[in-house]
Design a protein around this ligand. Structure first.
Ligand code: 5AD
Length: 329
């Protein structure tokens, strides 16, 4: 069944949550199966050249203690993850241009040599030639959230940036053959139901391989510190509708959801369309300063595995590649 823009808005506002989760769960079962994929995340630098109003890593946050892991530290940590059975490694940082193109290339090559593992880069916006080199070096996926499809809201929240520009990066990454991850923040100050319906349709239309959907969480020392959080329930509704509308993208039960709603919210996500968890492997001395938003929960490897068991599902056994080409069973 196809849903129109108006139907999505109505469903977001009115459908009982339980019913939405159930519908999403059914589609998840049909299109995605019982496996939940674990993506091990390494947050290797919290420096950022950007100044996004909501984010604790923003350039103007001078209260944040900044860190950079050395390439060899990142490689060693990745090797350790692979030994523990992690099949996807997500390398994430602020938009930190101190890591030159060749630095990242060397890291990607070294990790790929360690075994059968997929690499997802989440390094923000870089020169297009960087993406090309890293793809050739073996990077498989790129995570670049679209944050919101509302161009005015986008411009307001991301000084000096535009939604159109973001889209050009996402489209170029796709053309290079990366599996792409997009995703939006739910409950941004000034965001409407119409915007969220737009986000849901965007994820479908861009043919995203993955979409990360989390609630807005205010972070101290940012311009939005005093704004109210997004709602766990609305985030679950958006997540479920993405599964219902877009069918095949990998959808994580996000850390932001866990931060606001605890394990209960993550379990609901797994029962309402989600099929991915992203456990955090950043060493504690660094991760305590990766303060994107306040009180960020640390989803550990063991907690992630327990959650999958509790949800009555199976841990993904392979790299968990894109399911986008899979047609209806
Ligand atoms: N609340 C929720 N999500 C946030 N992000 C950054 N700051 C916040 C916040 N305050 C998300 C953005 C970004 C990802 C790394 O974290 O979507 O892309």
């Amino acid at each position: 069944m196809r849903m129109t823009y108006d139907e999505i808005i109505k469903s977001l506002k009115e459908d009982p949550l339980e019913e939405l989760l159930k519908r999403a769960d059914k589609i998840r079962r049909e299109y995605v199966g019982e496996e939940v994929h674990l993506r091990g995340i390494i947050e290797f630098s919290n420096y950022c050249v950007n100044n996004c109003l909501y984010c604790g890593l923003r350039r103007d946050n001078h209260r944040l203690k900044r860190y950079r892991m050395k390439p060899q530290e990142i490689i060693n940590l990745a090797r350790n993850l692979i030994k523990q059975g992690v099949k996807t490694i997500v390398l994430q940082s602020g938009d930190d241009l101190a890591y030159k193109r060749d630095d990242i290339t060397e890291i990607v090559k070294a990790i790929k040599q360690e075994g059968e593992v997929a690499i997802t880069l989440s390094l923000g916006e870089r020169p297009f030639s960087d993406y090309e080199t890293w793809r050739q070096a073996g990077a498989d996926r790129y995570l670049m959230k679209h944050e919101t499809v509302n161009p005015e809201l986008y411009a307001q929240l991301h000084p000096g940036k535009t939604f159109e520009g973001r889209l050009r990066h996402i489209v170029f990454l796709k053309e290079l053959g990366y599996e792409i991850g997009v995703g939006n923040i739910v409950g941004l100050p000034g965001q409407s139901f119409e915007d969220l319906a737009g986000d849901i349709l965007f994820i479908k239309e861009i043919e995203a391989d993955m979409a990360g959907i989390g609630p807005f969480i205010p972070q101290e020392n940012t311009p939005l510190a005093d704004k109210p959080s997004g709602s766990v329930e609305l985030t679950l509704r958006v997540l479920a509708l993405v599964r219902i509308v877009a069918k095949t993208p990998h959808l994580p039960a996000t850390t932001a959801l866990a931060t606001l709603g605890g394990e209960d919210a993550q379990l609901k996500a797994l029962r309402g369309g989600a099929n991915v968890i992203m456990p955090n492997f950043t060493p504690e001395e660094f991760s305590r300063n990766y303060k994107i938003y306040d009180g960020k929960t640390k989803v550990t490897f063991s907690r992630a595995k327990e959650l999958i068991k509790k949800a009555g599902r199976k841990i993904g056994q392979d790299i968990g590649g894109s399911l986008r080409c899979r047609t209806h069973p």
